[in-house]
Design a protein around this ligand. Structure first.
Ligand code: GDP
Ligand code: K
Ligand code: MG
Length: 303
């Protein structure tokens, strides 16, 4: 059924919380496709990323944000926090994500940023990791006293039924107005951006905790070439920027094995995402201190 503009409902929903509570996992599940990378590492999400889902007459425009950084005040962290503040200023609804049953100082810091007036839902995520549901009842009562939340939603971003339920919960907070995007759009981000993010995700996933979060990815070449044989053919060159020689060795791995794995997994995912044959070349460079250098942080694409 086609919905006339006067029947349409549309609004912005910010997904906010401290690092690693499952914000990006939640957004991808709501959008129905991966538009924001995830990993067990804090600082995986570094940009404001829009994910769009149109369901019946309602268009949900989700805004995933970096986890709010409270520990170190580097130029990178300042930029990440600015992104979070920008995202919560002008939305119709805030999803404040925490781990069910837990509320730390870092959670409290994020909550203190919210201006009154924007309806805020407490998303108690990772419910699947809580032994018995009854255990979180006293915690929920405690949370009720901390902030005038509009609703409490205990859930798991990995549970399909919980995700389906979210649309009904969120829709009533969105105003009646024409959609911002066409109904088949999933994100406002470019393929080039998604390419750098996909490489960064594999980098984070395959290096584990030994590689500091301050590594990043820069796309040097992103070209489409005509190819009668393959349909769409993309030539992509990227540089992984790290802070020390030791980190470079870590990324490359014994005999280049790790870099090969990062590259292969990224290429396969990009081929699916873009519906193209992809030729991907990845280099590793050392730029010490970049995360502390405001100009460098900007030149690598952060706000
Ligand atoms: P973000 O930093 O808040 O964006 O968190 P991510 O979405 O990157 O997720 C951090 C980690 O939590 C990842 O390893 C996810 O797989 C995991 N995670 C997210 N949601 C859930 C959930 O509902 N249950 C469980 N068990 N793990 C989750
Ligand atoms: K993460
Ligand atoms: Mg994230």
């Amino acid at each position: 059924r086609v919905y006339a503009p006067e029947e349409q409902r549309c609004g912005l929903i910010a997904i906010v919380g401290k690092p690693n509570v499952g914000k990006s996992t939640l957004m991808n599940a709501l959008v129905g496709q991966k538009v924001s990378i995830t990993s067990r590492k804090a600082q995986t999400t570094r940009h404001r990323i829009t994910g769009i889902r149109t369901k019946d007459e309602t268009q949900f425009v989700f805004v995933d944000t970096p986890g709010f950084q409270t520990k170190h005040s580097t130029a990178l962290n300042k930029s990440l926090n600015k992104t979070v503040m920008g995202a919560i200023g002008d939305v119709d609804l805030i999803l404040f994500v925490v781990e069910a049953g837990s509320f730390t100082l870092a959670d409290a810091k994020v909550l203190s940023l919210f201006k009154p007036g924007i309806p805020t839902l407490l998303i108690a995520n990772k419910l699947d990791t809580v032994g018995r549901r009854a255990e979180i009842a006293p915690w929920l009562r405690d949370m009720q006293e901390r902030h005038p939340f509009a609703e409490f939603v205990p859930m798991s971003a990995k549970n399909k039924k919980d995700i389906e339920r979210m649309f009904g919960i969120c829709a009533k907070y969105l105003p009646q107005q024409p959609w911002f995007y066409s109904p088949d759009e999933l994100t406002d981000r470019s393929e080039k951006f998604l390419a750098s993010e996909t490489i960064r995700e594999k980098l984070f996933r395959f290096t584990g905790d030994e590689l500091p979060y301050t590594s990043t990815v820069v796309i040097d070449k992103f070209e489409e070439e005509p190819s009668p044989k393959h349909g769409r053919f993309m030539r992509i060159a990227a540089t992984i920027v790290v802070e020390r020689d030791g980190h470079k060795a870590m990324v490359i791995g014994q005999g280049g094995e790790r870099l090969k794995r990062i590259s292969t997994e990224a290429r396969q995912e990009l081929e699916k995402l873009m519906g193209a044959k992809v030729f991907l070349e990845i280099w590793v460079k050392v730029r010490s201190g970049w995360a502390d250098d405001e100009a460098r942080v900007k030149s690598f694409g952060y706000e």
